[in-house]
Design a protein. Sequence first.
Lengths: 677, 255
Amino acid sequence: MRIGFYMKLAANGMKKNGKFYIPYLLTCICTIAMCYIVSALSVSPTLAAMRGGEMLISLLKLGVWVIIIFSVLLLSYTNSFLRKKRTREFGLYNILGMDKRNIGLILFFETMIMAFLSLFFGLLAGILLLKLAELLLVNMLHADVTYTLIVSWSSIRYTVILFLLIFLLNLLRNLFRITVSRPVELLHSESFGEKPPRANFLIGLLGVLILGGAYYLAVSIEDPISATVWFFVAVCMVIIGTYLLFISGSVVFLKLLQKNKRYYYKPNHFISVSSMAFRMKRNGAGLASICILATMVLVMIASSSCLFFGEEDSLKERHSRDFSITVQERLSYGTMAPEITASIAKKAEDVMLLHNAQASDLLTYSYLNISCVLDGSALPSDFEESYLQTQNNFSGICQLYFFSLDDYNRMMDTDYTLNTYEMFLYKKGGRNYAYQELTLPGQTTYHLKAALKSFFDVEDTNSYIGSTYFIVVPDLEAVRSLLPEDYSTFLWYYGFRTPLSAEEQNTMIHDMEVDLSGIFTENSLNAMLRVESVEDDRTDFLAAYGGLFFLGILLSVAFILAAVLIIYFKQISEGYEDKSRFAIMQKVGLTDREIRRSINSQLLTVFFLPLLFAGLHLCFAFPLIKKILLLFGFLNNRLFILTTLISFAAFAVFYTVIYRMTSNAYYDIVRGPRENR
Amino acid sequence: MSILEVKGVKKVYTTRFGNNKVEALKNVNFQVEKGEYVAIMGESGSGKTTLLNILAALDRPTGGSVFLDGRNLSDIRESDMAAFRRDELGFVFQDFNLLDTFPVEDNIYLPLVLAGKSYNEMKVRLAPIAEKLGITSLLKKYPYEISGGQKQRVAVARALITGPKLILADEPTGALDSKATDELLSLFNEVNATGQTILMVTHSIKAASHAGRVLFIKDGEVFHQIYRGQDSFSAQYQKISDTLTLLQQTGGERA
């Protein structure tokens, strides 16, 4: 019975304060939906199966953490505002004879109602949005994408638990606030301005240090996978640093503005600066949230769109010829003798003739490949250990590709010569080779005759991890016998250009696979055979990158929605707070035009800050994102810069529009009803 | 020369839903001379607040006109209205209407800032006023840190600083204790002595007894007026009290 009474009080209180609770509810719903979407994606098996999927999944897993941290900060910010709004009412209850336990009960029920509503609608929104995304994606890329994003129960459970904890945390903070303060304080709490945080300077310094540290980490991380933990730490540090810096920075900034009499005592600055200073901490927190969301949106849109639009480049990078046959095996299998590759080539030519392939620009070569951490100029003696090292020292890895002089001279149309223990070296990527020789196991040392300036196209070499060297030796078979069999691979490549259509190429792929498999079974070969065409691969690429692009847009929409809500919440809540002040000022002689101008001044003072810092964050994230993109096989820097700039510009425009619209809402609130004339 | 002239002012409110018309002011006529200190008295519902809103240009009369310094208020365009209020009128409200966001000093500056005055000019204007009102030591404090009487003095300072033609005070002592009331009323007399015209709406006999002239409003009309002349405050107090009693007894007939 009594319980019912308190529940009713709680519900009524929320209804009466609907104009504050509804934006709060929307904010909660949006954060919950965002959290669910990211968490559900991070366990999606479809995503894991995509090219670069593992990387994506691990990024999304980090993303869940980022969203958690963000949600805690955001919801405690909005909650602190609501608390301030309600304390007056609670003070009144307190004075009318309700003890603090009763008030606690009301607060508890309020939180329960809020948690229930927001979790219900938030999860619903998240599930629907994902489903919608799936349908759109399948329609958009009518390729055979089976993008089934099933409802993830584990993610639902996870989101529910997480947000219940956040709500509990806020409830505890509210209860604490109620218990420590006296009724009279509760009654008047609204008219007290926020005091600058104690040790504001230290907080600001801490913010700068954390942010600086994060920037340093972001720039110095060599490989995002091997340094996943540090990557995550950097992201968290950026978030925390941004909050600290914005909160203390805005205090300092506003104090400075107030000290500057000539600026401060102007009609349009006077009101805006003072009301911002009045709620400086909240202002800072709100701006920081906007800044972080903006950064996330920009990172996602810029990177996923450049993958999508850079699809042709990636294809070119991956395929030096339209059509290719690749045979690859571990050295220890030892089945790939030169005669075999010759017979495969012969068979391939037959099939090509049959299909009238009109092959041109033929490219064929073999290489031996080993990746290891070099011991000076020598291959390590203990490969077991070296192999383990490569697992956590990506930047130290050397990729060595051995080619025969014959192949090189043939492909490059040169007539270089080498003595038995001489070599040429071509740096494909990474550090310069610092030595004049290379020692292979068995104390065989090759001396560097000359560094090569150019090399023919070699497909699919991971030139972005560690250092990659192409080494030309007189006799490939001699090297083959020296390399550790279990850690080296042999590859034979045969590629050409052809004017055939995508369909004709597909039938040729099929015939080629059938005929070549024949040779494989005949000779009981263990090697891996790949027959590929650019046309065939293009569909795969489009599906994969289209999916990524879509994912980027989906997440961006969720994040932008959250940002819009924060801005809206900020404007509405501040509008209701300022309403009575503007009413007084109107009596004293503030015109409608001056209200407009004061709002504009506020906009100009703080509007660009989040955008500015989002841009700065983006600059420092740039090298890191580039490295991640490389893992997807993307190398086009210019395109990435372009998509980043376009995303930034588009976001800036969007942000301006939103700010304009919400500041109209603010204006309508503070101006009050039209006078009765 | 009269600074304020109210001629046949009428105000009719229409209720929101029905066609019920409420006549708040029937026919109000009076003049205020420059340098006068006039109190308007009346019971709740007599139309005091409506009249004040019309004088403050916050509301427009249904009929009749109001001239401030020879200028008809209804001739002023709506967009100039706020600026007009700011420059020509000073307000003192019952609930002070100070802004929490500003320290006392900035609260007083507010109308000047809105008028686009320079900081130096504002400072020069503030010093003597703050001195006179005894709030110099409060200037850096915030409204929630000072007492009600102090707040009202700050509000008076804000009203005075623009050098208005007329100060409109709406129940200025309504939220004050008796000591603060006395202080404020003697302050008003001092301000008036410097030539400042004051028009005060009140139902406090004590407050009204400090004014040079008291107008009584009843049923939307000016019913009666008495001058203080050379009488002491207490003699005037008695006169007002008697008049009010009479007003109630006659129940609408002219005394």
